[in-house]
Ligand binder design. Structure first.
Ligand SMILES: [Zn+2]
Length: 449
């Protein structure tokens, strides 16, 4: 048992319950009690005095590409398509060691910024690149966060009108077989799972219709979730209209890619009718404000999506378009971007926190187990130090977390296990991860144009 007391506890439950001077009791991998005042009498266990701290559910990152942690700082002033075309040949040289080093370092950075669950979308499988999925799993286990690995795919190279070079795509059948193998090997459907697999053809401009429909059929046959990029840029919209005669959301619908088991990265360029369609079908959205800003793709209509009932989670996106790679700061960016679009009441700090926790868990289909602090849920939580110089004097700790600097993580738990304590990673040596990352990045430098 672990007893966290004397904290401001923001549960993000359906009622928005908050307790000043409250407690959270953790029993094994689950939460046993949450409430006001000290822990109930008779509860024994290790005590954590969280005075001056804010306790929230662990943050859920709904969209990432961990391998990109090794290719930060490339094509810094490019459009999405220019950036992709620059980076595809570099990513073509990924091997399992580079992916492992990049993923471990990226996961460490996520953990240190309050992330306890990450959805990683991996869609690059070079022919001589070794076992990419095993490399990701190895990194996940080393750092100790919960992961939903999206087995991505691309089957439309340049000679088929796609964006990636031919040598970087798989055949349609091979992509589907590789995806099924990932489910067979790594997907854990049991309650409390630390590792799940989802199905994720990359995007409309890198994937054939056959792969999209085949992937949806595979995912639904196996009871796993579906994820892809959609409506990220105006270039994509134009290309989709020219090629298919419809907008990206209508294209996704025609291919069977809307529904409660689907979450889509970005949904920046969506019309009011498309927003309603996403809401009516229960399709989720992974909002990635920093990446959208870095690539100048536009500002997603987050207020409209939330009002339509869309589960909107937050995502870092790959570190090649978000060199910072932290999840905590996405709370801040989400509020700023929503307000630039819709004024100061467009998104409240507590709504941003709900997106990063409960809504993110809905995107991943984990709302019964993750995303709020309630008895019976998994003990994935963060104790944020909001008593130091960056936040002292801010009365509302949620405003301090969302509008201020990302606080130091005093403690983070994943399934009751300590991952971060006093701002330091407990599970792995951060300096060694950085050294590995430097070596991995250097091996890719030779391909810089
Ligand atoms: Zn992405």
């Amino acid at each position: 048992m672990l007893v966290i007391e004397n904290a401001v506890v923001v549960t993000v439950d359906a009622a928005g319950s908050e307790y000043h001077g409250g407690h959270v009791v953790v029993d094994g991998e689950r939460i046993a009690a949450v409430g006001a005042g000290p822990a109930p009498e008779g509860v024994s266990g290790e005590r954590v005095d969280a005075g001056g701290c804010l306790v929230t559910p662990g943050l859920v990152n709904t969209h990432h590409h961990l391998y990109q942690w090794a290719t930060r700082g490339w094509a810094t002033d490019a459009t999405l398509f220019e950036w992709l075309v620059t980076l595809y040949p570099v990513w073509g040289r990924l091997d399992a060691q580079i992916t492992r080093s990049a993923a471990a370092a990226g996961l460490a950075r996520l953990a240190l910024t309050g992330c306890t669950t990450v959805a990683d979308h991996h869609y690059v499988f070079p022919r001589d690149g070794g076992d990419q999925m095993a490399a990701l799993v190895d990194a996940v286990r080393a750092v100790g966060v919960r992961a939903h690995l999206v087995r991505g795919s691309m089957d439309r190279g340049a000679s088929d009108g796609g964006l990636p070079p031919d040598h970087l795509v798989e055949g349609t059948d091979a992509a589907l077989a590789g995806t099924e193998e990932a489910i067979d090997t790594w997907h854990d459907p049991t309650p409390g799972a630390e590792l799940r697999v989802a199905v994720g053809p990359c995007s409309p401009f890198t994937v054939s219709d056959e792969l999209m429909t085949g992937a949806a059929e595979l995912a639904r046959g196996r009871g796993v979730r579906l994820h892809t990029h959609l409506a990220e840029t105006l270039d994509e919209q134009e290309r989709c209209r020219a090629e298919y005669g419809r907008d990206p959301v209508a294209h996704a619908e025609a291919l069977g890619w809307l529904g409660e088991d689907v979450w889509l990265a970005h949904t920046v360029h969506v019309s009011p009718a498309e927003v309603r369609e996403l809401g009516a079908t229960g399709t989720g959205s992974a909002h990635c404000p920093t990446s959208n800003g870095r690539l100048g793709t536009g500002i997603a209509p987050v207020r409209d999506l939330l009002d339509a009932g869309v589960p909107v989670g937050l995502g870092v996106d790959g570190a090649a378009s978000n060199e910072s790679g932290g999840l905590g700061e996405q709370l801040h960016q989400a509020v700023l971007q929503a307000r630039q679009r819709g004024g100061p009441r467009a998104l409240a700090p507590r709504e941003a926190l709900r997106m990063a926790t409960a809504d993110g868990a809905r995107c991943l289909g984990r709302q019964d187990e993750l995303g709020s602090l309630e008895p019976g849920k998994l003990a994935d939580l963060v104790v944020w130090a909001t008593d130091g110089l960056p936040h002292a004097g801010i009365d509302d700790p949620v405003a301090a977390l969302v509008l201020g600097a990302v606080p130091e993580v005093r403690l983070s738990l994943v399934g009751g296990r300590r991952v971060v304590t006093d701002g330091a990673l407990r599970t792995a040596d951060a300096a060694a991860l950085a050294a590995d990352l430097r070596a991995a990045s250097r091996r890719l430098e030779g391909t810089r144009p």
